[in-house]
Design a protein. Structure first.
Length: 278
C-alpha cells in the first residue's frame, strides 16, 4: 500500500502515554524558551515569504544540529516582544530534537520504529531532521518533502508523522494525492550563492495541483503516517478551537545515496546524521 500510494496510515502506533510524554516535554521546553530578539524568525510556507523570513536568516540555516524556535506571523511586535502567550506563538520547533532531547530521541529510535524501518527494507537509515509542529493556524501549501531534502537518487527520504492529538479536517489534518510520488520533483530549495540577498532560493516551480485529487487523512492520537519523500501533500487552515500537535522526523536510506550539498540542511561535525538503528 505504501509503495502504491506514497503514504501509509498506521493507527495506534504510539500509545496515549507516549504522546502525552512528548507533549509534556514540549511544554517544559517552551516554558524555558528564551529567544534572542534578532532570532525571532517567523516560519512561512508561502514561497516569497519563506525566502524573506528563512532565507535572510542564519538562524534557520544553522538549525539542523540545534533545537530552535520558529514563530507564526504577526505574533511579535517591532521590538520582538510577544503579542500573545508564547506557547500560542510558535509554529514549529526544529530541527534536532531527535538528537538532543531524551524524550524525542527515545521515540525516534523506539524499537517499533526500527522494526518498521526493517519491514520497509531500509538497510542504513539515518535521521536527518525532526520537528515538533504546533499547527495553530496556518495552512501548508502543497509540497513534496524532497523539494527541501534532496538526494541522489531520489526516493531515499521517508517522513514519519506522529499525531499527538486527533488530527481532523477541522483542525488541519494532512491531505495527499495518492500515487503522486512517482512523478519526480519540479522544484528545489537550495542554498543561495554567497553574497545573495537570501541564503536559500527556489529552483524550478511547483506545478498547479488539482484540489479534487487530494484526499484527507484524518488520524487519531498516536497514529503514524509514513510519507514518501516525493508524495504531494498539504494541510488546510486549522479552523477549529483545538490544536493539532504533531512530531515528525525524516530518515534517509544512506546506502548508495548522496545527500545534496545544495540542501539547506547539512550534517555537521557536531551532529553527523545518526543511524536510525541502535
Amino acid at each position: 500500500q505504501f509503495h502504491k500510494d506514497g503514504f501509509l496510515v498506521l493507527e495506534q502506533f504510539f500509545s496515549a502515554e507516549e504522546c502525552d510524554s512528548m507533549r509534556s516535554q514540549m511544554q517544559r521546553i517552551v516554558a524555558e524558551m528564551e529567544v534572542p530578539p534578532h532570532c525571532r524568525t517567523a516560519f512561512s510556507t508561502r514561497e516569497e515569504e519563506q525566502l524573506q523570513a528563512q532565507g535572510s536568516s542564519d538562524y534557520f540555516l544553522t538549525s539542523g544540529d540545534k533545537i530552535r524556535f520558529f514563530f507564526e506571523k504577526g505574533v511579535l511586535d517591532e521590538k520582538g516582544n510577544f503579542l500573545i502567550p508564547k506557547e500560542k506563538s510558535i509554529s514549529k520547533i526544529g530541527h534536532a530534537l531527535h538528537a538532543y532531547d531524551p524524550v524525542f530521541k527515545q521515540i525516534t529510535h523506539s524499537p517499533k520504529v526500527q522494526e518498521l524501518g526493517r519491514k520497509l527494507g531500509l538497510v542504513s537509515p539515518v535521521v536527518v531532521q525532526s520537528m515538533y509542529i504546533f499547527k495553530s493556524l496556518l495552512a501548508v501549501t502543497p509540497h513534496q518533502d524532497a523539494t527541501f531534502l534532496h538526494t541522489e537518487p531520489l526516493g531515499r527520504i521517508l517522513g514519519f508523522w506522529i499525531a499527538l492529538e486527533d488530527a481532523t479536517q477541522e483542525n488541519g489534518c494532512l491531505w495527499f494525492i495518492p500515487g503522486s510520488h512517482t512523478n519526480g520533483i519540479t522544484r528545489r530549495m537550495v542554498r543561495a550563492a554567497s553574497g545573495a540577498s537570501t541564503c536559500v532560493e527556489f529552483v524550478g516551480a511547483e506545478p498547479a495541483y488539482d484540489d479534487k485529487q487530494f484526499i484527507p487523512l484524518p488520524i487519531r492520537k498516536g497514529g503514524l503516517i509514513l510519507i514518501h519523500g516525493e508524495v504531494v501533500h498539504k494541510s488546510e487552515l486549522n479552523s477549529s478551537e483545538s490544536s493539532r500537535h504533531a512530531f515528525t522526523f525524516h530518515v534517509m536510506e544512506a546506502k548508495g545515496t548522496t545527500w545534496s550539498k545544495e540542501n539547506w540542511l547539512q550534517p555537521t561535525p557536531e551532529l553527523p546524521f545518526p543511524s536510525l538503528y541502535t
